[in-house]
Design a protein around this ligand. Structure first.
Ligand SMILES: CC(C)(COP(=O)(O)OP(=O)(O)OC[C@H]1O[C@@H](n2cnc3c(N)ncnc32)[C@H](O)[C@@H]1OP(=O)(O)O)[C@@H](O)C(=O)NCCC(=O)NCCS
Length: 207
């Protein structure tokens, strides 16, 4: 799959993509589908699952750009534990200030506020054996065209070049489509305590 076609191309994410990441995260946050009816603030899921990666791990953030707008992203961190330490210091205090006046009115609002109060990224317990983790989301108009594979390969290529030994990612058990996608790409499935994750060991580059 080329990294470019007439309609879309993959490029490194920039600070100008922040609002697109908030939007795409919201539009895919209900097990891969539109969650805008489930949150009373459109930014809530993006605070947790998208934007901090662009801000604090920008070398590992890519977007799928269309002619008019950004339609997808893949973001990640090579070192989940170090990323969490940095967010505790430099991201969560800022988010808590931004949402200080917000009162939750849906169950999903409550879930995200709990996550912001007691934050961790990735899937607990996997960060030792699989230190990197990632998130990928593509809007429906650009799905099923090979771009998901191309974006994952782009990020895993960067992880490999940096000597990252292994990666994990969490998936909602209800997201059948994503589960099929990760299996097809060669990820191994791990299930523990009701949480579903996919993992992959990465080849270190030949020197
Ligand atoms: C899941 C997602 C990233 C996949 O990206 P995509 O661009 O739609 O998938 P691709 O077209 O790149 O598919 C890559 C390969 O996986 C296969 N595949 C995709 N979905 C599959 C499924 N459900 N079952 C089996 N194979 C599947 C494709 O046939 C393709 O195979 P090939 O490359 O060998 O021909 C994308 O659909 C998406 O963002 N969905 C909404 C948000 C979401 O669920 N994100 C993941 C959250 S964990």
């Amino acid at each position: 799959m080329p990294l470019e076609s007439d309609d879309y191309f993959i490029r490194p994410a920039t600070e100008e993509d922040v609002e697109a990441l908030f939007d795409i995260c919201l539009m895919t946050a209900d097990a891969g589908t539109d969650a805008s009816a489930l949150y009373s603030d459109r930014r809530l899921p993006g605070y947790v699952w998208a934007v901090p990666y662009l801000k604090f791990a920008p070398d590992f953030a890519f977007v799928l750009a269309g002619r008019q707008r950004v339609v997808g992203y893949v973001v990640g961190t090579p070192d989940t534990a170090a990323f969490d330490r940095e967010l505790r210091q430099s991201w969560w205090p800022h988010v808590r200030q931004e949402i200080a006046a917000f009162s939750p009115s849906t169950p999903k609002d409550v879930d995200v506020l709990e996550r912001i109060a007691n934050p961790h990224s990735g899937t607990l317990g996997l960060e030792t054996l699989y230190p990197a983790h990632l998130h990928i989301n593509i809007l429906p108009e650009a799905q099923s065209g090979g771009w998901g594979r191309a974006m994952i390969e782009t990020l895993l290529g960067v992880f490999s070049k940096r000597g990252v030994p292994a990666v994990h990612l969490g998936v909602s058990p209800a997201n059948e489509r994503a589960k099929g996608f990760y299996r097809r790409l060669g990820f191994e499935e791990l299930s523990q305590n009701g949480h579903l994750a996919f993992v992959m060991k990465l080849n270190r580059p030949a020197v």
